[in-house]
Design a protein around this ligand. Structure first.
Ligand SMILES: *Cc1c(COP(=O)(O)O)cnc(C)c1O
Length: 445
């Protein structure tokens, strides 16, 4: 088998046209004529190559990647190990449907998930195509296993765009507006949001549990579904103790504790999974994004007796656990383990946090610096208040894009800048990127 891996693009920020350049603008005009207006684009720079810490566009610009395609290319884009595994698998066979005639890659990915996810108990996994699909299946499994209907989610939650996951997602615009009616039996509890509520974890957990107990009732509740660090909602890290208290209450009440680690999983936060930071062991854990280096794959992993509760044929799908995606996932696990990427994520987190807290000390518009590992954000406010400054976040992001940085925003109020660099990025590129960001903050004074 020839090595089909293209060489990684030069690791540099290089701007040869305006951003977006003329070729990107041409493609964007075609996009507008051909692609549904419902599919938005944050930065219309059309990619031709990506790897390490950069993305190269059709005009020859090279941008520093601080987004990883929303926490997906965690091991690096077109990682050589992933590219080789995918090429091998594509040449062997591309699909059989695991439910018709199975293959070992699917089983091996489930074995890896069972081994790597939190907890030493007997586990099983099931594979799907997207984060939303996997969240839906976690709810199906929880309902089947408990015989209960209700599901509790949290303020600022994001769980996807399908009908059930829209109901579970908190934010109206752009995710829900005009797309109802939404699925029933989904209830929302207050999140722990230390920057805004000033509560410790125990207090915030008591507040959430009181709402759940009084408004839903434990006996009706199948599952509590929570992102251990919220993603789209603003990289909200709950106060220490919040997740363990919630998990303990779930256990005491026969309610399943379901961790949506779609964004936080697979080394992103400086642990393999964000639940590991506090030793929380979920009954079910949902993974996707970083799992397969850019190929579409998602999973639900959990206690064997829960995962085995549904009847054969009750779970699945035509493409779930596609062999090419499974080959990529196995290569991702190898890359994480052989390249010590968990430690790399922690190192990136320390580096970014140090820089951003130094910037915060000089710039009162940065109300909060938070996150773990290579999942770090700043929340922008009017100085001295908690009033969100979405306009500033937008201006910083726009200026960053123009200068060749791929930076994303998030948060219920759109006032959070989030940083999700691939773990393959060099310190030099990271430093350059944050030098540019510091200049932008100074220039927008
Ligand atoms: C992205 C995301 C999802 C949805 O994943 P898709 O693959 O886009 O369907 C669900 N939960 C969280 C926490 C996410 O970040």
């Amino acid at each position: 088998m020839p090595d089909l891996t293209p060489p990684a693009p030069p690791q540099e920020r290089r701007l040869v046209t305006a951003i977006p350049g003329p070729r990107s603008l041409e493609l964007q005009a075609r996009k507008e004529a051909a692609v549904s207006g419902g599919i938005g684009v944050m930065l219309p720079v059309y990619a031709v190559a990506a790897g390490g810490g950069v993305l190269v566009d059709v005009d020859g610009n090279s941008l520093i990647d601080l987004g990883s395609g929303i926490a997906v290319t965690t091991v690096g884009n077109a990682h050589p190990r992933v590219a080789a595994a995918v090429a091998r698998q594509v040449a062997a066979f591309t699909h059989t449907c695991f439910m018709v005639t199975p293959y070992d890659g699917y089983v091996e990915v489930c074995e890896a998930l069972n081994r790597l996810t939190p907890g030493e108990h007997a586990k099983r996994s099931a594979l799907f195509n997207s984060g939303a699909e996997a969240v839906e299946n976690a709810v199906k499994i929880a309902r089947h296993a408990t015989g209960r209907d209700a599901v509790v989610v949290f303020d600022h939650a994001y769980h996807g765009r399908t009908n059930l996951t829209m109901a579970m997602t908190a934010k109206n615009m752009p995710y829900k507006d005009g797309f109802g009616p939404f699925a029933a039996e989904v209830y929302r509890a207050p999140m722990s949001y230390p920057f805004r509520d000033g509560c410790d974890g125990a207090t915030a957990a008591a507040r959430a549990i009181d709402v759940i107990d009084k408004q839903v009732g434990a006996a009706n509740l199948a599952a509590v579904v929570i992102e251990p660090i919220q993603g789209e909602g603003g990289f909200v890290v709950p106060a220490d103790g919040f997740l363990p208290a919630l998990a303990a209450w779930c256990r005491a009440n026969g309610v399943l504790f379901v961790a949506d680690e779609v964004q936080t999983g697979f080394a992103r936060t400086g642990e393999l999974f964000a639940c590991d930071h506090e030793g929380v062991v979920p009954d079910l854990i949902v993974t996707a994004k970083g799992i397969a280096g850019g190929l579409p794959l998602a999973a639900v992993t959990g206690r064997a007796e829960l995962m085995d509760a549904p009847h054969a044929g009750g779970l699945g799908g035509t493409y779930g656990g596609n062999p090419v995606a499974c080959a990529a996932a196995l290569a991702v696990v190898e890359a994480i383990e052989t390249e010590d990427l968990v430690a790399r994520a922690a190192g990136i987190g320390a580096r970014l946090t140090a820089r951003l807290t130094a910037l915060q000390a000089r710039d009162p518009r940065i109300g909060d610096v938070r996150g773990r590992g290579a999942m770090i954000a700043v929340e922008l406010v009017r100085p001295g208040t908690l009033e969100p400054d979405a306009d500033l976040a937008k201006r910083v992001a726009t200026a960053a894009h123009a200068q060749g940085l791929i930076v994303l925003t998030c948060g219920t109020w759109g006032n959070v800048l989030r940083f999700l660099p691939p773990l393959s990025i060099s310190d030099a590129l990271l430093d350059e990127g944050f030098d540019v960001l510091e200049e932008i903050f100074a220039s927008l004074a």
